[in-house]
Write a protein that binds this ligand. Structure first.
Ligand code: ADP
Ligand code: MG
Length: 373
């Protein structure tokens, strides 16, 4: 259980609610995390939206999106509480920063993308698709909003999307800025959003392209406040409201991809990866590849992602293939998901893992047992 210390006093006032929800979540397979948000002026809408999304996601969870168990508004305390799945490996920015800091021979830290990098990209693709299918735009996809979970297996860290405060219901939006600023984080916002034009799913795909660039290259070879800058390139704003300059960011990413040495960047690992990032971060939204077509992209085809739109069950089965001891995570005919979440390796020459003989009771039947006793 994690709790922001500065808000503990406020949370204490509602300890009965928390205790009840933590006990209610105890039957869940993942440990819950508690996040509380005290809305400052202008932030109330963000917290409210997050709570509405939490409500939807609790009905249709997905393994590649952080699971929100409960959201509660305490109007008298001006506070929102979210009880969510704990992803104990922290966010992707910190993870990449640590990898860069581990080897600081060049002053900026060398970086080799982790072995799971492409698995994470596939997981983010499925998570993003789930939110789009649920008729939502994320609008703030970035490495800070991707959290890593090992779910008890240190060798299999998986990526999940979190932070739904800027989500929009409906996948087509007018260019109006609700908060007097373009929704999102400057280095990740699509040019059409900056220009105040109508936008849709392709805006999230732009951010996805920027996230892929950061995962594969580690971000810019620059230090900010003594720490490696784990970010895509971003045009300098002359003043606080100088958003229009951010529409140039797609050109800055393209320059980093095409001529990394000259632009304080590292090269992408392959021509296919270059094509992927350049395609997703194109200026023209309609020319960016769609999530279904990305499955056939040269850089991602080896992931053998389930066909679009992948149901939560198909996503689970695909995730199971990543754990297959026989194929080493490339997906094969030997691995498939069992009902209890375990993996059956049929006729595997390496290892045969049988499902548990006693089925694990579902939460509802657990609750029935408790009630009966
Ligand atoms: N489910 C989670 N498990 C672990 N850490 C989380 C989780 N959700 C968020 N975090 C951490 O908290 C940080 C801030 O959370 P986030 O939801 O992005 O709020 P905000 O950006 O509005 O402050 C994230 O960058 C991540 O490091
Ligand atoms: Mg965030």
């Amino acid at each position: 259980m994690a709790l922001r210390v500065d808000e503990r006093a406020r949370v204490r006032g509602s300890w009965l609610w928390l205790l009840w929800h933590c006990l209610a979540s105890a039957g869940c397979s993942h440990r819950p995390q508690l996040r509380s948000t005290v809305p400052r002026r202008g932030f109330a809408k963000v917290a409210q939206r997050e709570s509405e999304v939490a409500d939807r996601l609790s009905k249709e969870p997905h393994r590649c999106v952080v699971q929100l168990f409960h959201a509660k508004h305490f109007p008298d305390l001006r506070m929102y509480c979210f009880v969510m799945e704990l992803c104990s490996k922290g966010n992707l920015t910190s993870h990449i920063r640590k990898l860069r800091s581990n080897d600081s021979s060049a002053g900026f830290g060398e970086y080799v993308a982790p072995a799971e990098a492409f698995h994470w990209i596939g997981q983010l693709l499925l998570g993003l698709e789930h939110l789009h299918v649920m008729n939502m735009l994320v609008r703030d996809l970035k490495t800070d909003n991707v959290v890593l979970s090992d779910q008890g297996r240190a060798d299999r860290i998986m990526a999940k999307i979190t932070d739904f405060g800027l989500c929009r219901f409906g996948t087509e939006a007018t260019g109006d800025w609700t908060f007097d600023a373009p929704p999102g984080t400057p280095a990740y916002i699509a040019p059409e959003v900056i220009k105040g034009q109508n936008y849709g799913k392709a805006a999230d795909l732009y951010s996805f392209g920027a996230v892929i660039w950061v995962i594969l290259t580690g971000g810019l070879k620059v230090l900010t406040a003594g720490l490696p800058k784990v970010e895509p390139p971003c045009a300098e704003m002359a003043h606080k409201w100088d958003y229009s300059v951010l529409a140039q960011n797609c050109k800055l990413i393209a320059a980093c991809v095409q001529n990394p040495e000259k632009h304080n960047a590292r090269p992408l690992p392959s021509g296919a990866a270059k094509e992927l990032v350049l395609g997703l971060t194109r200026d023209e939204a309609e020319k960016r590849p769609s999530l279904p077509s990305l499955r056939r992209h040269k850089a991602l085809v080896h992931l053998k992602l389930p066909p679009a739109p992948a149901s939560s069950k198909q996503a689970d089965a695909w995730l199971a293939t990543l754990c297959c001891l026989s194929c080493g995570g490339h997906g094969c005919s030997l691995c498939r998901l069992m009902e209890d979440g375990g993996i059956l390796l049929e006729d595997s020459p390496l290892r045969r893992r049988r499902p548990r003989k006693t089925p694990v009771p579902r939460r509802s039947s657990l609750q029935a047992l408790v009630t009966r006793s």
